[in-house]
Design a protein around this ligand. Structure first.
Ligand SMILES: Nc1ncnc2c1ncn2[C@@H]1O[C@H](COP(=O)(O)OP(=O)(O)OP(=O)(O)O)[C@@H](O)[C@H]1O
Ligand SMILES: [Mg+2]
Length: 591
């Protein structure tokens, strides 16, 4: 329950809506509890007809008209204030839902790369959608019904005791029993509906996977198996839903039965008292209405309790996320000043989640304006070096220094804007090609010429022009699919258009052929000469013109030097060179 206290700051923010809502709720109830009194008077009048001489039919009729008018007036007023209650309290809950979603989203954006490695996407999505909507149920209906019950209970009991204390006692007896029973039924109901929900999200995961993996499924002729798996899970979903429907079917009749019992009790005991003239017939009618007025709110106690329980569980999960401190803050630290060199000082990284030591004791200096080439086997730690440089993760040992200053003390927003980074796993958004390229820059500051130039340098301009809609072509789910190499080149254009001082290319030419690779390297060579660049590659051809090349093996720096020096060394680099020569010779022979 205490987890819900977190929301108090939002309740305080919207306190006026809440207070106004509570006032409207109170006024609505005040009018509501006046209505049975009108019925009582009308019934009493009817029963007293003929018992006294002065009463005429005309009198009765006008009395009945007055009663009907009063009843209508009270219900109208009750309705109007109920409308305003919903307009304020439910509105407040929607506003808080919006704020909370934004707060969670903001937190997601602030959290570091490591956080995303530790938590699954589905889990993150759930926090912001399902959990928030459960919390909203507490803020809206939860709060509204609870306050309503309190007001109604006090007002009705007051009215009932004023009319007939003894009868009040009798009619209230079954109510606690009833709310207990309803609590019991609604917890079964909740459990069952959670089963259904869980199965449903599982089912949609299966469907989603089979859509995105449709090529793999078809090429392995696994359509029948996929169908069977879906059928099995759909069957399970059906079973859960049937169980839920059965419990649901019990719910309403149970409530109606209990209300009926209460009403019968009221009438029975009321009539006993009426016979001994302790009570007027109108009072029995009044009590029957009170009992019916109370039963719904009482019945909802069980429901509201479970809403609050579920909201508390959801808020607890949300709080866990909100309380995660981001390890890497972007807006702290000094302004960047880069004039001399980037240095890796005894740099090492061990990933917390996998326990893999991806880099060990790397010592290296990259002078401003030079190009560093990095080569090494798969899993040797090349990308990890790029992550560290982008400060997507922090090193476990040693540090990176920019002009002698620890990267941790430099404003990260500045630093990242300063670098054009093409990650190994490129990602394009479901948007136009143009917007994808302009992603990292302020679109208004870029002319079309600059856009085309970046695309030309990345070797993708002609391909884009060939699409019917050119740069406005949509990519992604509802757009066209690009080949792996085309995607890579768009990612390169995205980095180049920033006109960065430092360029980090992580294996970004792996999916293009040698000829295209040469063409791109040629096109960006003038850029590379002016900039400080770090090129990671599997292929010697991508890095052989670099001013300095390092060879990584199992996280260790094993060789370094220029292409010529490394070839002379006759070590690992030469070995890679020999193998790649052989491969390209073989290819040429085949051709
Ligand atoms: N986020 C991560 N969490 C845990 N372990 C990781 C993570 N990223 C990389 N690793 C591990 O660190 C090691 C080095 O990976 P890295 O991606 O740096 O290699 P790489 O040289 O870039 O390989 P490739 O040439 O295949 O891209 C691998 O053993 C990998 O499993
Ligand atoms: Mg890599």
């Amino acid at each position: 329950m205490s987890s819900l206290f977190y929301l108090n700051k939002y309740l305080a923010k919207y306190k006026w809506l809440l207070i106004l809502g509570i006032i409207c709720l109170l006024v609505s109830n005040i009018f509501g509890v006046e209505m049975p009194g009108v019925v009582k008077d009308a019934v009493n009048d009817i029963f007293s007809y003929g018992q006294t001489e002065e009463n005429t039919i005309a009198d009765k009729f006008s009395l009945a008209l007055i009663a009907a008018g009063l009843y209508f007036l009270f219900s109208l007023l009750k309705g109007i204030f109920l409308f305003f209650t919903r307009q304020t309290i439910i509105m407040m809950s929607r506003k808080i839902e919006y704020d909370l979603k934004n707060e969670i989203y903001q937190q997601y954006q602030d959290l570091s790369f490591n956080f995303y490695k530790k938590n699954s996407t589905g889990d993150l999505m759930n926090r912001i959608s399902e959990d928030v909507s459960k919390v909203r149920m507490y803020l809206g209906p939860g709060i509204m019904y609870t306050i309503n019950l309190v007001f109604l209970f006090i007002l009705v009991i007051y009215k009932m005791v004023k009319t007939n204390p003894e009868l009040t006692l009798y009619v209230l007896l079954p109510l606690p029993l009833m709310s207990l029973l309803i609590y019991f039924v609604s917890s079964i109901l909740n459990k069952r509906s959670e089963d259904v929900q869980r199965q449903q999200s599982f089912l949609s995961t299966i469907v989603q996977e089979s859509f995105s993996g449709i090529r793999v499924i078809k090429s392995h002729v696994k359509e029948k198996e996929a169908e069977k798996r879906f059928n099995r899970e759909a069957e399970q979903y059906k079973n859960f839903s049937m169980k839920l429907a059965t419990t649901n079917a019990f719910f309403m009749p149970t409530i109606i039965l209990l209300i009926g019992i209460s009403t019968i009790l009221t009438i029975y005991i009321g009539s006993l008292h009426a016979q001994s003239k302790l009570i007027e017939p109108g009072e029995i009618a009044e009590f029957v209405i009170y009992v019916n007025m109370l039963t719904w709110p009482f019945a909802s106690v069980g429901w509201v309790t479970s809403i609050i329980q579920r909201a508390a569980a959801s808020q607890k999960r949300i709080n866990e996320f909100l309380s995660v401190e981001t390890e890497i803050e972007t807006d702290k630290g000094d302004e960047l000043d880069f004039n001399e060199a980037i240095e890796f000082d005894n740099l090492g990284i061990t990933y917390e989640n996998s326990g893999v030591t991806a880099l060990k004791n790397i010592n290296l200096s990259v002078k401003k304006g030079t190009t560093l080439g990095i080569i090494g086997k798969t899993g040797s730690g090349k990308s990890s070096l790029a992550y560290l440089l982008m400060r997507l993760i922090d090193p476990t040992t040693g540090c990176i220094k920019i002009d002698g200053k620890d990267l941790k003390d430099i404003n990260l927003t500045h630093w990242r804007k300063y670098i054009g980074y093409v990650p190994q796993e490129h990602f394009l958004f479901s948007d136009t090609i143009k917007n994808n390229i302009l992603f990292g820059v302020d679109a208004e500051e870029i002319s079309d010429e600059q856009l085309y130039q970046a695309a030309k340098d990345a070797g993708i301009h002609t391909t884009i022009e060939e699409f019917p809609e050119g740069y406005e072509t949509m990519l992604g789910e509802r757009g066209i699919n690009l080949s792996g190499g085309q995607k890579q080149r768009i990612s390169i254009a995205r980095a180049l258009i920033k006109n960065p001082d430092i360029l980090v290319l992580d294996d970004c030419l792996s999916a293009v052929d040698n000829e295209t690779e040469e063409h791109i390297l040629e096109a960006i060579s003038k850029d590379l000469k002016q900039k400080t660049s770090i090129i990671i590659s599997h292929r010697i051809s991508s890095i052989k013109y670099a001013d300095n090349i390092i060879v990584l093996d199992d996280g260790k720096l094993i060789e370094s030097g220029t292409h010529a020096e490394l070839m002379k060394l006759n070590g690992a680099y030469r070995e890679i060179y020999r193998k790649q020569e052989l491969q390209s010779e073989n290819k040429q022979n085949e051709a």
